[in-house]
Design a protein around this ligand. Structure first.
Ligand code: C5P
Length: 411
């Protein structure tokens, strides 16, 4: 079964040095190493001396399937930090303790991890974690500032939240592994034509109220739209997702505009569509809404009388915003079809002004609404391209590859 953390870009086949230093958050780095490995990265874990009070090399070797490095002064140690630093695509230090940040700021070479930092020319991501009072200390702030401003290291967190010991009023807690995974994805995934571009995505279902507690909706989870938004952000874009109600976690780094009804979604898209270089209409917009939403909850009548609801058509957001799109922008739409998949999708492409249509048959097991996977055919100006059953996250990557090719053709 295809799964969301199966190997995929931008992590797949990339070399990540994960430095772990001595704080209690080190236990979360095991999850981080595991997720990155499952996404297809080759993760070389380097443990500082003090981190080994919290976690063992064996733990990381078990989750990464690679030897863990601890020692500068072993037989091949001297060459090792040079090799690690040179071969890495990105270096991440999680957790980064106050002591480690101080040593990194000074350019020390007293153990394998600091030495690796001196060698590497790749992006470095620091994820500090410590007691909130320690983080607030002016010298710690100065050291972290030096790492950001003078050395160009990226810094993620710390965030406020429960700490191992005591109060924790201010930030001190390490960001969660899933968030670090996404930021590493952005450091690995940028540099292409989407870098710095503006991407607008519609996502999820819409809800059309019948009364204050009931609505007409559909089974869309929002997973495909969020996957597209997240993938575009990892490629360096500024991303806005206009989304109907979704229970899924919001994609990292993306501006989220929550809406309920099709008309709200339409207004939010109209406000933004003129700025977008890429527009992806991935929302499952309700085609109809009740003519009238009752002001009070409609009660069940004693004699069992029914409730006839009259529906009216909602605006078609994709067609209605066609004229407002920025010249040269690339537009993607979706088509869920129960019959004549390709001819209906081609018709939709023409009518709604899409460059690319992501078409999938309705009613397939493991595909479409509520599923984690999808089986789609990509329909552009050329021959339709049928993709195998894939996690929606992998479909998103393939769609964006096509979008990038279209954008390159327009510059
Ligand atoms: O006509 P159909 O609903 O199959 O079209 C699907 C495509 O049109 C999707 O890209 C969907 O997001 C978009 N759409 C829309 N507004 C609607 C209905 C569909 O933007 N009211």
């Amino acid at each position: 079964m295809a799964s969301a953390d199966a190997p995929r870009p931008p992590w797949q086949g990339r070399r990540i040095v994960l430095g772990v230093t001595g704080g209690i958050a080190a236990y979360k780095s095991v999850t981080l190493a595991r997720r990155l490995t499952r996404l297809g990265a080759e993760v070389d874990v380097v443990l500082s001396r003090s981190s080994r009070e919290f976690v063992t090399p064996l733990t990381f070797e078990a989750v990464t399937g690679r030897p863990v490095l601890t020692d500068l002064f072993s037989v091949d140690g001297a060459a090792r930090h040079i090799r690690l630093g040179r071969e890495a695509d990105v270096v991440c230090i999680a957790p980064a303790t106050a002591d480690f940040i101080a040593r990194a700021a000074q350019g020390r070479a007293n153990e394998l991890l600091t030495t690796t930092l001196l060698v590497t020319r790749t992006p470095v991501l620091l994820c500090p974690a410590m007691n909130d009072r320690m983080w607030a200390h002016p010298q710690v702030q100065a050291n972290a500032g030096h790492c950001r401003e003078r050395l160009g290291y990226h810094q993620l967190g710390p965030v406020a939240g429960p700490l191992a010991v005591g109060e924790g009023d201010g930030p001190g807690r390490m960001v969660e592994p899933e968030v670090i995974v996404e930021h590493l994805g952005r450091l690995l995934g940028g540099g292409g034509i989407l870098e710095g571009r503006t991407v607008l995505v519609t996502s999820g279902p819409t809800r059309e109220p019948l009364d204050p507690v009931r609505y007409l909706g559909n089974r869309s989870s929002g997973r495909m739209g969020f996957a597209l938004a997240a993938a575009a952000w990892r490629r360096g874009a500024h991303v806005t997702v206009v989304t109907g109600p979704s229970a899924l976690p919001r994609p990292e780094g993306v501006e989220v505009v929550p809406v309920e009804t099709a008309r709200e979604m339409d207004a939010a898209v109209r406000d933004r569509v003129g700025e977008a270089d890429v527009i992806v209409y991935a929302a499952a917009v309700a085609d109809f809404r009740p003519v009238r939403a009752e002001e009070r909850k409609r009660k069940r009548s004693r004699d069992g009388e029914g409730w006839a609801v009259e529906l009216t058509a909602n605006p078609d957001i994709a067609s209605g915003t066609k004229e407002h799109r920025k010249p040269g922008s690339v537009t993607v739409g979706f088509a869920l079809e129960s019959e004549d998949l390709l001819s209906n999708a081609a018709d939709k492409r023409e009518r709604k002004g899409f460059d690319l249509v992501v078409a999938n048959p309705a009613g397939e097991p493991d595909a479409g609404f509520e599923a984690e996977t999808n089986r789609v055919t990509l329909l552009g100006s050329g021959k339709p391209e049928e993709l195998p059953l894939l996690p929606k996250e992998a479909v998103a990557e393939m769609v964006l590859d096509r979008v990038e090719a279209l954008l390159r053709g327009r510059v």
